[in-house]
Design a protein around this ligand. Structure first.
Ligand code: ADP
Ligand code: GLC
Length: 477
């Protein structure tokens, strides 16, 4: 089957979080299963397309009159396209914003991207059976497909799938932008893109895609409730028949502790010595005392409301009194960046904080830490707990979304892969950490726990098969 996959970030070219990872690995898994996939994303200013092996094709598409260069790179049945637009993407150093502020023209930028992405099939000779869209930046394409490509021979028969990676980012803008985006006012109604008097681009995906998916079964249920639906639960309940939760996988070759090029030592279930070496070099890299005996806790992620950083900050005074070390890597909310850095200045021998985005360090933290904190307020799937399991770093997670689906609470005896808590309270997090620290003292039980997590198979093959079934169901109708 031929597919068009569109996303606002695709690793290794661009990435701000898990979407970039998924947009890299899922198309590759679909290709491995026999499909042909064209992946389209924007060429942001920081992407050196030629270095990544792309070649340019000038004026390949002309979305709304703007002729644009499209860069392409073909590897077997997997083709990547980077669409160029100097003002919207080429001149930007960030993806969605810079210095903690969103760009003011994100609606125009991504509406343009949606149109450019849908011109790629005709321009490059693809006839996708399914167009797979991801999150609000690509949502408008579900409507465009039906209204601007209804007679396009390359796309007229294509079905659309819209995947919600995160319902809390909806692409909400002033309705006054409708004409500038080339959208008719008929679309601005409760069944279209209107939401509380504003233009809501995610709604275009929810209302017009032939199928909707999200990235874990539990999140699929949560978003149909008033507590988890971010205001869109009514629409999602109305479309419940077309909504499924398919768990994300991980790229098992990029995240493999036995061969990861970011690490100084390697390990696997049978040879754990390399992990101790990774811990030592991580402590050295972060300026923490090189103590094999102290449990090393870690957190890597966007410092956004979703991630439970306020719980960690509230728990810090107690955590830093204990015999442990904590490493944090992330960026996002300025006040939290500053609070974490301030705490690190006070507790330098116990707490190391790195603000920024550092792929290599993220891998080294996964490898070197003993426990990984993900106390998320909500979590559509979460990839970091899956990387942690694979790297023998026991996750401490809140029982929400994909965390609930992938981490099994330790039963106090010999089952479970992590420590799970329910209440969104610093106390609950601390209790789960305390349970972890207790087990850490019992080396045999701890190693058994690590090995149970490491033995799990969260590679993409199975989840990719679920997507293929969904695609087939849509196209056979
Ligand atoms: P989300 O998509 O909500 O950010 P996920 O757990 O699904 O959460 O994925 C996060 C991805 O982004 C992981 O690959 C993680 O390692 C990476 N990541 C997040 N913040 C950073 C950072 N500051 N430096 C390096 N990698 C990061
Ligand atoms: C989102 C979610 C995260 C998920 C990722 C990839 O950013 O916050 O939970 O793993 O998308 O689907």
């Amino acid at each position: 089957m031929e597919l068009l996959f569109a996303a606002s970030e695709v690793a290794p070219f661009s990435k701000s979080g898990g979407l970039g990872d998924v947009a890299e690995a899922l198309p590759a898994a679909l290709v491995a299963a026999g499909d042909a996939v064209a992946v389209v994303s924007p060429r942001y200013g920081f992407i050196d397309a030629a270095w990544h092996g792309f070649t340019p094709c000038e004026r390949a598409v002309r979305a709304r009159g703007d002729a644009t260069t499209v860069w392409s790179r073909r590897r077997g049945r997997l083709t990547h396209y980077l669409v160029e637009h100097d003002r919207f993407f080429g001149s930007r150093r960030g993806l969605y914003g810079e210095h903690g502020h969103e760009y003011g023209d994100n609606a125009e930028r991504y509406a343009w991207f949606c149109r450019a992405a849908l011109e790629v099939p005709a321009a490059f000779g693809h006839r996708p059976a399914v167009v797979h869209l991801n999150d609000w930046p690509t949502a408008l394409a579900a409507w465009l497909l039906r209204h601007e490509h209804a007679t396009d021979p390359a796309l007229a028969r294509a079905r659309s799938v819209f995947t919600i990676h995160n319902l809390s980012y909806q692409g909400s803008f002033s309705k006054e932008l409708m004409p500038a985006l080339g959208l008719p006012w008929e679309l601005f109604g409760p069944d279209g893109v209107e939401f509380h008097g504003r233009l809501n681009l995610m709604k275009a995906g929810l209302a017009y895609a032939d199928a909707i998916t999200t990235v874990s079964p539990t999140y699929a249920r949560e978003i149909t409730t008033p507590e988890g639906g971010a205001g869109l639960d009514g629409l999602l309940r109305a479309r419940a028949g077309q909504l499924t939760g398919i768990l994300n996988g991980i790229d098992a070759s990029a995240w493999d502790p036995s061969s990861d090029p970011h690490l100084t030592a390697h390990f696997d279930t049978h040879h754990l010595a390399g992990k101790a070496a990774c811990k030592r070099s991580l402590q050295e890299e972060l300026g923490l005392p090189e103590r094999a005996d102290l449990p090393l806790l870690a957190l890597v992620g966007r410092l956004a409301d979703q991630k439970g950083i306020d719980l960690v900050l509230a728990a810090l005074p107690e955590l830093t009194r204990r015999d442990l070390q904590l490493a944090v890597l992330g960026s996002g909310r300025r006040d939290w960046e500053e609070a974490l850095q301030q705490a690190a200045r006070h507790h330098g021998s116990r707490l190391a904080v790195r603000i920024g985005f550092d792929e290599g360090l993220a891998h080294r933290i996964e490898a070197g830490a003993d426990l990984f904190l993900m106390p998320s307020r909500f979590e559509p799937c979460g990839l970091n707990q899956l990387y942690s399991l694979r790297y023998g770093t026991v996750p401490v997670v809140r029982r929400v979304g994909g965390l609930a689906d992938t981490v099994e609470d330790f039963d106090g005896w010999r089952n479970g892969t992590g420590f799970v808590f329910t209440d969104y309270e610093p106390r609950a997090l601390l209790t789960a950490v305390r349970r972890g620290l207790e087990l850490y003292r019992d080396k045999r039980a701890w190693h058994a726990m690590m090995r149970r997590g490491m033995a799990l198979d969260h590679s993409w093959a199975r989840s990719a098969e679920r997507y293929r079934e969904l695609y087939r169901g849509l196209t056979e109708r």
